[in-house]
Each structure stands twice: as structure tokens, then as C-alpha cells.
Design a protein around this ligand. Structure first.
Ligand code: AQP
Length: 341
């Protein structure tokens, strides 16, 4: 499919989301939330806690509710302002489910079968996965397009899903003869740490649902735990190289330097040069100090906000009302285009 015929002329709008599926990791922070913050100064932004995505794999209901509030608190603790950006949870705005069904009928089975996340999460037991896990990218397309969002800040792992949202938007526009109705959303993937890797395996993504807690840094970890996890992070026997070529095949070294660069807001090459010829021990000590300094204020503020869940619920309700007000006129047009009376 070519992009040429599509002329979307509406305003720029940002949408992204995080699943309330456990403790937020440093990967979620560096790959997504940290980058959400400056965008709120330049664009209309919607940041969603995607609880409907979360239940594509089993979630304990009480834990889901707790994690939904905790992600909201973490959003605010990381610097999102609920007065400027719209913060809400997905299940409160019905447009997501309604448009997802329409997109289930637009998207093709073959497109979904190619999605790496489905293959990874379903593993060898595809037939025992939920239908929701398979259809996940159609719901994600609905999340974005219910607001005609044009920009989607995500980590590298979600790039394929945003690209699928573009395909769905384009097919809808073509099938219904409404060129330019939906924008083709752009993934926004920038910065040093768009893919933070596991501390135990430099070839695997750092993830909330990794069975080993030692594989990740959680936004709830205290200073002692951060120090322990970084001290025990996997390394190799050599000293650190002085240039990026020397990192070839050294995933763990690359990852720790990447995290250091992203947390200190310096280019990756500068971090490589800073530690060139030094031992891992030195990098680990400085990384621990930096991580504690950056994460502790977020952890403390998240905990403080979580002590008033009524206020978090008020913020989510307010956000959901504002999000619904944006989505409803778009949904009205969609129902008319599809032929729903
Ligand atoms: N390791 C990572 N590096 C960079 N970015 C990451 N993101 C997640 N992990 C990393 C980005 O965080 C945003 C929210 O992710 P999500 O909660 O929707 O789910 P995910 O991508 O599946 O992340 P997890 O931690 O691996 O969750 P589980 O274990 O529940 O599946 C996204 O923008 C993502 O790119």
C-alpha cells in the first residue's frame, strides 16, 4: 500500500499508553514515559492506562485496579500534568472497544499472525492464548485512531504495532472511500534507550512480566535493591571499549552504557568515551548512584500520590470525560461511514 493518496489535514495529536500489568520498569520509563513529558508542552496529548490490553493475559482484578492507579500516579510523578495532558484509563472510554470491533473487521488475520509480540507472548501454545491477545493490535489501532492521533511515542518493541495501525487506517480509508479520514499515525521512537535490555540477558527486552525480578529495575525499587540488581547485572570479562565498534557482540555492556546515557541525558557515544578502558565495577558504581538519584524522587512521589486513591480516581474520571468528548464526534462520523443507523 502506498501513502501517497492519503491527505490527512487535521491537527497533530499525541496518544500513547502503558499497561497496568505489574511494576513499571526502567524500560517503560526511558522508552516511553520520560519521553511523554516534553510532548505535553507542544501538543495535545492523551496518555492512557491501557487496562483492556492488560486483560489479554490473566490479571487478578484487585491487582489490576491497584496497578491502574499506580501507573497513573507514576505518570504524574514522572512529570505529566493532568491539567495539560489527558490522563485516563482505557476501559472508561467506550470508543476504544467500539472502534476495536470495527477494526477487527478491517484488519486481516495474516497481518495479526505476523506480529512478534503475539508470537512471543503466546509461545508454543497459540491455541490456548486468548482471542484478545491475537486481536491486541486492532485495539491499539482503535486507541490511537479514536482520537485521530498523529504521533505515538513508544519503545522500539511497539513499532510493529504502530505500523499495523497505519495499515488499518489506510485500509479503512480505502475500503470506505474516505481518503484522508484517518491520519496514518507515526511512531515516535527517539533517544538513547528506546530498547532497554534485561540485566540478566543483553539479548532480551527488560519487561514487567519477566519471571526474574533481578532482570529489571522497577520504579518501586529502593536504593539498596537498585544497588544489588546493578551489582549483580550480567557482564563479560573484558574492560569497557573506547568506541562503539568495540561493543559488537557485547549486549550487556551496551545496555548498561545505554541506560547511563539515557539517565544522564547525554549522547550514547559520550557515555562510551567516558567509560572507555575502565572496568565494569566503575560503570556499575556510577550507574547505581545515577539511577538512585533519578528514580528515588519518582518512587517517593508515586508512593505519596498512591496514599490518596480518591484523588487518582478523580483525575482518571476527569481525563475520561475529556477523552470521550474528543472521541465522540469522531465515532459519530465513523458510524455514519460504516452504515450504522
Ligand atoms: N525494555 C523496554 N525498553 C524501552 N521501552 C520499553 N517499553 C516497554 N519495555 C521497554 C515501552 O513502554 C511502553 C509501555 O509498555 P507496555 O506496558 O504497554 O507493554 P510492553 O511493551 O509489553 O512492556 P512490558 O514491560 O514488556 O510489559 P509486559 O511484560 O506486561 O508485556 C511502550 O511504549 C513500550 O514500547
Amino acid at each position: 500500500m502506498s501513502d501517497v493518496e492519503v491527505k490527512y489535514t487535521g491537527p497533530e495529536r499525541v496518544f500513547s499508553g502503558v499497561q497496568p500489568t505489574g511494576n513499571l520498569t526502567l524500560g517503560n520509563y526511558l522508552g516511553a514515559i520520560k519521553r511523554f513529558v516534553p510532548l505535553q508542552d507542544e501538543h495535545e496529548c492523551l496518555y492512557c492506562v491501557v487496562d483492556m490490553h492488560a486483560i489479554t493475559v490473566w490479571q487478578d482484578p484487585a491487582e489490576l485496579a491497584r496497578a491502574t492507579r499506580e501507573v497513573t500516579a507514576a505518570y504524574i510523578a514522572c512529570g505529566l500534568d493532568p491539567k495539560r495532558a489527558i490522563l485516563f484509563n482505557q476501559s472508561k472510554v467506550h470508543a476504544h472497544a467500539e472502534l476495536a470491533w470495527i477494526f477487527n473487521c478491517v484488519a486481516r488475520m495474516g497481518w495479526m499472525e505476523r506480529m512478534t509480540q503475539f508470537k512471543e507472548k503466546s509461545g508454543k501454545h497459540k491455541e490456548r492464548s486468548s482471542l484478545g491477545l491475537f486481536a491486541y493490535p486492532a485495539l491499539m489501532a482503535a486507541d490511537i485512531l479514536a482520537y485521530k492521533a498523529t504521533h505515538v511515542p513508544v519503545g522500539e518493541d511497539q513499532k510493529q504495532h504502530v505500523e499495523l495501525s497505519r495499515d488499518i487506517a489506510q485500509k479503512f480509508n480505502m475500503d470506505y472511500g474516505v481518503q484522508g479520514f484517518f491520519p496514518l499515525p507515526e511512531p515516535v521512537i527517539q533517544g538513547a534507550a528506546t530498547r532497554v535490555m534485561s540485566l540478566r540477558d543483553g539479548t532480551k527486552k527488560m519487561s514487567k512480566s519477566d519471571p526474574s525480578d533481578m532482570s529489571r529495575l522497577n520504579l518501586t525499587d529502593d536504593a539498596d535493591l537498585i544497588a544489588k540488581k546493578i551489582r549483580k547485572a550480567k557482564t563479560d570479562p573484558d574492560d569497557l571499549p573506547s568506541d562503539e565498534d568495540g561493543l559488537e557482540g557485547r549486549g550487556e555492556a551496551r545496555n548498561l552504557l545505554n541506560i547511563y546515557a539515557a539517565l544522564s541525558d547525554i549522547p550514547f557515544g559520550d557515555a562510551v568515551r567516558q567509560f572507555g578502558g575502565k572496568q565494569f565495577r566503575q560503570l556499575k558504581e556510577e550507574l547505581t548512584e545515577l539511577t538512585v538519584a533519578k528514580l528515588t524522587p519518582i518512587t517517593d512521589e508515586t508512593r505519596r500520590l498512591m496514599s490518596d486513591t480518591a484523588e487518582i480516581d478523580r483525575i482518571l474520571n476527569d481525563g475520561a470525560e475529556r477523552a470521550s468528548a474528543l472521541a465522540e464526534p469522531i465515532m459519530k462520523e465513523i458510524r455514519r461511514i460504516v452504515g450504522f443507523v
